[in-house]
Design a protein around this ligand. Sequence first.
Ligand code: HEC
Length: 143
Amino acid sequence: MITVVIIIMQLYPFPKPEIIANNPNDLIKSADVPENVATMLRLACYDCHSNETQYPWYSNIAPVKWWVYDHIVKGREDLNFSDWNSLSKSDKAEFLDGISTEVSDGDMPLKPYPLTHPDAKLSDADRETIAGWAEEYMEKLYE
Ligand code: HEC
């Protein structure tokens, strides 16, 4: 019975957020992001906040995929690092402020994410580094 339910779940249509490999407006490509910050953003944020999502195998199996795909759709809608350079200065500033707050408060990456992605676990020092970078970048925007 459970097998039948799982098979039927797989048939339920839920479009997979597309992977786009070439993103000329990508944050790390277009802005001067220090290597250590770029590495952390790639490992801890890019799966949900860029077009370059890496899908682990289990993320493509229902019901997990409904949950994972939904985070990716919403994450990209809110903040997509792949589109960074096409944003206005004020949007960039707003996002940088949001990044600093979310990361300092421990709200991003989403809580369950580092359980399956140990490389995405941020220490307090990592959080300070990312928040410090975001604030510095924000100031530079208006120099
Ligand atoms: C597992 C998916 C996932 C990961 C990983 C993730 N986010 Fe998010 N993020 C979301 C979702 C979904 C939202 C939409 C709001 C919500 O549901 O909490 C969001 C919202 C945000 C927002 C709010 C955007 C706004 O509207 O101002 C910011 C900022 C943000 N994330 C930054 C980050 C940063 C920085 C990282 C990495 C350190 C990160 N996120 C990692 C899924 C993720």
